[in-house]
Design a protein around this ligand. Sequence first.
Ligand code: NOJ
Length: 769
Amino acid sequence: MNRFFTLGALLIGLAGALVAAPAALAQPSPDFIARREAFIDQLMKRMTVQEKIGQLRLRSVEAGPHPDMAGFEKEISDGRVGGIFNTVTRPAIRVLQDAAMRSRLKIPLFFSFDVIHGQRTIFPVDLGVASSWDLDAIRTMGRISAIEASADGLNLTYSPMVDISRDPRWGRNSEGFGEDTYLTSKMGAALVKAYQGDDPSQPGHIMATVKHFALYGAVEGGRDYNTVDMSERRMFEDYFPPYKAAVDAGAAAVMIALNSVNGEPATSDKWLLQDVLRKQWGFKGITISDHGAILELIKHGVAADGQDAARKAILAGTDMSMSDTIYDTNLMPLLKSGKIRIADIDRACRDVLRVKYDLGLFKNPYRDIGAAADDPPDIYAESRLHRPEARKVADESLVLLTNRDHTLPLRKSGTIALVGPLADDQVDVMGNWAGAGRIYQTVSLRQGIENAAGGKVRVLYAKGANVTDDAAMVQYLNQYNPHDVQIDPRSEADMVKEAVDAARQADVIVAAVGEAQGMAHEASSRSDITIPPVQERLLKALKATGKPLVIVLMNGRPLALTWEARNADAMLETWFSGTEGGNAIADVLFGDVNPSGKLPMTFPRAVGQIPLYYNHLPTGRPFDPAHPDKYTSRYFDITNGPLFPFGYGLSYTTFSVSDVKLSAPVMKAGGTLHASVTVTNTGDRDGATVVQLYLNQPMASVSRPVKMLRGFSRIELKPGESRVVSFPITDDDLAFYNQQVKRVVEPGKINVYIGLDSDSVKATSFNRL
Ligand code: NOJ
C-alpha cells in the first residue's frame, strides 16, 4: 500500500473527519502569496517564450500503449506541455513526469482527469447525489474521489459541473445538480471544498475545476453545444451563482463552456472571462478551454482561421487550450506580428504556474506519484474501493415516486419476477463519466436482490426487452464503444413472453427500465423523454398479468412517466447509482433502508411543457386549477403543472409539518429572522426527510419567482418523534438583481413557505422594513 493511500484509508476510518469539511478554503496568507509570486517571477525570468507557451497546453494522453510515446515524451522534455489529462495510473503518469524532469527548467506537469462521481469507487451520478439533499453525502463523494484519484497520481479533476438546467432534453443533466440555483450552489461549493481541503498541497487532495463557464445548461432546445441567449438579469440571478459559489469555495480552475452566450462564444468572451470571473469575482486560478474549443471559434463564425482563433481566445482570457496544438502553433507568430503582447502570454502562464505552486508540485513533482516500489500491485484491487461509503450515498440518492397500498417495501419471501433490460446490468448502473471504474466490480440490481434476499426469495429473471429496438439509436450509442449497448438478438415477442411467464409465477414484478447510460451523457440530447417504446410495451404486457408492478427507473434526466405513474403499483427513481447501485436499490426495495431522496429537477408530464421549473415568474394570467379559465397561461391539451414537483419524494413512513412560526412579524434591514416548523414522524418506521424553505416577494420593482429555495435540512426521526427545524432568513436570501442589474433588497411583504416538497407547503409572511 502506498503512503498516500494509507493516509487516505486512515482518513476514511475517521468517519467524523470525512464529513467535517473545512468551513472555507483557507485563504493563503500574504506571506505565502508574496513567496509564491516571487518564485514565479524568478522562474518566468528564466523561461523562453516557447516554454511559457508550453505551459498553456493541456494534452490528452489516453491509456497506452502508444505508438508515439517517444514523441509525447519529447514534446514534454522540450517544455511544450503544461498539463496532461486522461492518464490515470501512477506508472504511466511517472513516465510523463520523468520526461518533464528532463526538460530545461524541470517545470512539473499536473495530471488531470474527469473524476466526476468517483475514481475507482463509482458513486451515483451527480444528479443522484443531489437527490440526497445531503451535503455530507456530497462531501463523502468528494473526499473519497480525491483520496482515490490522488492515490492514482492525479492532481486535478474536471468537476464540479454546476450548470443549471431547466431542460430534461439535455443529456448532461446527469452530471449536474439539477434546476435550482441554491441547491446547486451548496452542492458545488461543498464538493470543491471536499476535493481541495484547506490545503490542496496535502496528500489525499486534488484541485477542482468548476464548469462549464458559462450557461452551458441553458443551450436552446436542450440540444447539446447549441447557443444560449439570455438576459443579464437572469444570468446573475439564476445561472451565475453556482459558478461564483465554487470560485468562492476556492476552485483552482474554471472550464470554459463550448456554447456562445448572446452571440459571443464563451471561449472568446472577455466580459465573461475577465470582467465577471476575474474582476467581479476575484478568481485567481486557471481557465481551461473545453476540448478543441479554441479552434471551434472558426465554426462559431467569429474567427477567420486558427491563428485568429488563438488570438481571440488568449486575449479574452482563455489560459490553457485543451487537446489541440493551437496555442503551440499560433501564439509565437501572433507575438512576432504584434497581434498579441508578451503580457498576454505571461498572464496565462502565471496562472498555470500559480496552480502548480499551490499544488506543491515545485516542492515535489512526484507528490502523488510516489516511488515505483510503492505502486499498487493491482490498481483494481478490491481493497482500494470504498464500498460502504458509496452504498450509503446511493441509499440516500433514491427517490420513491409512487407507492400504492404499501406495495413497497417487499417482503423477503415468496417469488419475485425480476425483469427489464437494466435488471441484470453492470454497465448502465455505473452511469457515464466513470472512466476509471470497473464494470465487473459493479453490483447489478439482480446481484443486489440476491445479496439481500437470495436464500429467502425465489428470483425469476427475464430480460424482457432490449433498452431500445431502434437500430440507428443503438449504432449512435455504440459509436465510440461498441459494447455499451448489448442487444439480445431474440425477437421482441419471445422476450416479452419469457418475462410474462415469469411474472405469472411470481407474487410481484420488479421491472428495471429506463435509459442506457449513454442516453444521458454529453452529445446525448433527446427530443422524446419517455421510456423507449419497446420497454413501454414490455411494461404494458407485465401490467396485463394483474400482478403488482414495481418499476425501478434507471435514467439520467427527468422522464415523462404519465402511463407509468398511473399504472405502476410503486415506482422508484434510482438514477445511475454506481458501484454499489444494486445493493442500495435492494436496501430500499426490501425496506432495510427507508427512502429519503427528493427530486432536484421537476418531472414534466410531456416534453411539450419544457421548460417547466418550480421557481418561475408569475404571469399576468396565472392558471388556477380551481377555476381553469380559458384565457390563462396553460396548455389546453394536458393537465397543467408537473407530474412530480421539484423537491418531491416519498418515504415508507409519514411526516406531518406544523404551521410556520416566525421569530418576529417584521425584519429590519440587515436583520435576521427565524422561520421554524415542527416535523413529526407520524408513521411506524424510522425515516429521514428533507425540510425545505422557500421564499417569495409578491411585489417588487421586478417580478420575483413564485417560490425560491432558500434553505433545506435533512432530518432523521423515529416513529412518534418530533423535531423543530429552524431556518435563519437574512437580506442575502431576499436580494435580487433589479432592472439595472444591481443587487438590491427592497422592502415589502415576504411570503415564507416550508414543506417537504416545493408544492405542498405551509405558509406565512412577514414584512421586510
Ligand atoms: C468535454 C466535456 O465537455 C468536458 O466536460 C470534459 O471535462 C472534457 N471534454 C474533458 O474530458
